[in-house]
Design a protein around this ligand. Structure first.
Ligand SMILES: C[S@@+](CC[C@H](N)C(=O)[O-])C[C@H]1O[C@@H](n2cnc3c(N)ncnc32)[C@H](O)[C@@H]1O
Length: 197
């Protein structure tokens, strides 16, 4: 099976796991305190360092690959960060499975898979309907942080955010910086910050 087809098949199977995820998220998010969400957290470098610098915040990182989540959780446990959680989940399923009162303080999407071929663009994470779903869970003033080394993906996301009624692009620096695995490999990259209006 071709790589792209295998990934799509994998994502479809993950979407069967909604019930387990709902139970897990109800345990992790019992109240309504806004939390920082990282989508595609990989081995957890970024969010672990972020949580070390801000132990007062609540963080959840998700990834679809179990081995990455396990590695990230080992980092989290070694650092004893009890307000940081890594959960194996697909992003849209995660959004559907959140407890009713849960809201985002900030959302980080760092170097998501760019799906460069046009016929694969439908697999991209950052699409107008995804921006709407995230906005539905983001309190007013919440920030969306996006970074990629794939210029066409950046331009498409920038255009989608500009056209979106609930997000406004702002010129701000990021409150926390830590080079991710994919950032280390990138020759250059572009970043965007949007505020939930
Ligand atoms: C290119 S890697 C970037 C990892 C990390 N953010 C970094 O910058 O090094 C993209 C990550 O997103 C994960 N991913 C892809 N699609 C996803 C989805 N729909 N939901 C959650 N994670 C996803 C992949 O498994 C992978 O770990």
């Amino acid at each position: 099976m071709e790589n792209a087809a295998r990934t799509a098949d994998h994502l479809a199977r993950l979407s069967q796991r909604g019930d387990d995820l709902r139970v897990k998220l109800a345990e992790l998010l019992p109240g309504s305190a806004p939390f920082v969400w990282e989508v595609g957290s990989g081995h957890g470098h970024f969010l672990t360092a972020f949580a070390q610098a801000h132990p007062e915040e609540l963080f959840i990182g998700i990834d679809v690959i179990l081995e990455r989540i396990e590695r990230a959780n080992r980092k989290r446990n070694r650092a004893r960060l009890d307000r940081l959680h890594f959960v194996r989940a697909e992003a849209r399923l995660f959004l559907e499975s959140l407890p009713v009162a849960a809201t985002f303080k900030a959302i980080y999407v760092l170097f998501p898979d760019p799906w460069p071929k046009r016929r694969h663009h439908k697999h991209r994470l950052m699409q107008p309907d995804f921006l709407s779903l995230v906005a539905g869970r983001a309190g007013e003033g919440a920030r969306l942080y996006f970074r990629t080394d794939h210029e066409p993906y950046f331009q498409d996301v920038e255009a989608a955010v500009r056209q979106h009624a609930q997000w406004k692009i702002v010129e701000e620096s990021w409150p926390f910086e830590m080079r991710t695995v994919f950032q280390e490999r990138a020759e250059s990259y572009r970043s965007l910050v949007a505020v939930r209006v």
